[in-house]
Design a protein around this ligand. Structure first.
Ligand code: AMO
Length: 448
């Protein structure tokens, strides 16, 4: 007889058994006035007027207004500074003046922890006026600001879109080691760590592992941190960022890779629109339209458009901005692909163009004037790797474990990597990538 085992109901117990109502669901009580509800969240803002106090409670879905009229409860609110965690049990009461049309009246308040200290910024103010150093130095609490939270809501929704579309296309999600024995992108910006008495590196990318895993799963993707000891302070580089890596086998050339990239970017934009609608609204995000095919330029033509000398080895940030403007003007596109970078200046694993090996089957995707993605068809024959490394004067030995895979049948393959913070940064048109990273790591910043 289950009912006999129910605990005695004290009023406090009865309250805690009420299911939790989230702030976003409070307006639905317009049809059910007088119902008791329970909110849990943070004290977002208190406003004392004569004879009553407004208490705004924030949870993960938004804010709800609580009206306190009872003198002893008003006194209690005095001891609940902003950011204190509380539980509120009260009566839902429709009121045309209240945000969302319903407020909570006659509340019983329970403090769930210690009274909060004063945060570095006033989180209840709709706009943030503090500078970036303050926001980053106190990220533990400044991230609670709805506008700062919203950046990561865009990132999280993008990740869902990324994963969903690749799952649908037969990719397997993998996770590769972050402690590695050789640099993958270049020897220049690696973090060295002491690995049981011998040197190891923090992975600059999952490049080698995703290629080797094409030999296992054909199609793989990975979402994970990558590490670059970037020696300069720039608005687009972090020392640790989230890389969305993709690699697929049995391709004809890099255009098969760009097709997958197009679908992935379209899915990320769509997922942001659907799953992060409130963040899009709050930040007034101008969502990009992703064309059925990205406008594409050869590297030579891209240089010509920017007015750069023809022997320039790579695109500079200024070139990328110029190409972004060109894509907007010529194609009304936020995106442009540049393909065919000089083989000598791309990573050794890039596949040269068989018709003219000076150029490679590599590409970058520029989004609103900033490089968002690098990718390529890769070499897939062991002997080609040996030749490419020798040509660059690189020893084979550090790459032995990786190269070994190519002796056992790796199909023609290619892939790309999207920088998550770059993506969100361009979505909200942030002036500095640090604005959209949760806890950015750079030359000067290792905490919080
Ligand atoms: P790449 O080094 O170009 O390519 O990196 C891929 C993408 O990652 C982002 N990115 C960064 N974001 C923040 N801070 C940084 N320091 C930083 N560096 C790069 C950019 C860039 O386009 N293995 C290849 C990818 C591949 O070929 O699959 C690679 O890592 O958005």
């Amino acid at each position: 007889m289950a009912s006999l085992r129910l605990p005695q109901r004290s009023p406090a117990n009865a309250a805690s058994r009420l299911p939790r109502t989230l702030a976003r669901d409070v307006p639905a009580y317009a049809d059910r006035p007088g119902e008791r509800i329970r909110l849990s969240g943070w004290v977002h803002r208190r406003r004392r007027l004569s004879g009553l106090t407004f208490l705004v409670v924030r949870d993960r879905t938004g804010t709800a207004q609580v009206v306190v009229k009872d003198e002893s409860t008003i006194e209690q609110v005095e001891g609940l500074p902003e950011e204190t965690t509380v539980e509120v049990v009260g009566i839902a009461s429709p009121n045309g003046q209240a945000p969302g049309g319903v407020e909570v009246v006659d509340p019983t308040l329970t403090r769930l922890g210690d009274p909060a200290e004063t945060p570095a910024i006033e989180l209840w103010r709709p706009k943030i006026s503090a500078g970036l150093p303050t926001l980053l130095d106190h990220a533990q609490t400044t991230l609670r600001h709805p506008r700062r939270q919203a950046h990561w809501q865009l990132a999280a929704a993008s990740l869902r879109g990324f994963r969903d579309t690749l799952d649908e296309q037969g990719f397997t999600e993998v996770h590769s080691p972050k402690l590695v024995e050789s640099a993958t992108e270049s020897g220049a910006n690696v973090f060295t760590v002491d690995y049981f008495g011998r040197p190891a590196y923090l992975a600059q990318s999952p490049q080698f592992y995703k290629q080797v895993l094409v030999g296992v799963f054909e199609r793989v993707y990975e979402v994970g941190p990558v590490f670059r000891a970037e020696p300069h302070d720039t608005v687009r580089h972090l020392a640790e960022f989230v890389s969305l890596d993709v690699e697929l086998g049995f391709i004809a050339d890099h255009h098969d890779v760009i097709k997958v990239l197009r679908d992935v970017v379209a899915a990320m934009a769509h997922s942001v629109e659907i799953r992060a609608a409130s963040a899009v609204g709050l930040l007034e995000v101008d969502l990009p339209r992703v064309p059925a095919e990205f406008p594409t330029l050869h590297f030579r033509d891209a240089l010509a458009i920017t007015g750069a000398p023809a022997d320039e080895p790579d695109l500079s940030p200024a070139h990328e901005r110029a190409l972004g403007a060109w894509a907007k003007q010529e194609h009304d596109s936020d995106f442009v692909v540049v393909e065919g970078f000089p083989t000598a200046h791309r990573a050794f694993y890039s596949h040269p163009d068989p018709a003219d090996p000076r150029w490679s089957r590599s590409f970058d995707l520029i989004f609103r004037g900033v490089e968002l993605v690098s990718g390529a068809q890769r070499l897939h024959r062991y002997d080609d790797y040996v030749a490419a490394l020798q040509q660059r004067g690189l020893a084979l030995e550090p790459f032995a474990a990786y190269l070994d895979a190519f002796r056992y049948g790796i199909p023609p393959h290619g892939g790309f990597a999207i920088g998550l913070e770059r993506w969100v940064g361009r979505l909200v048109e942030a002036t500095n990538i640090r604005q959209v990273a949760l806890f950015p790591r750079d030359l000067h910043r290792l905490a919080p």
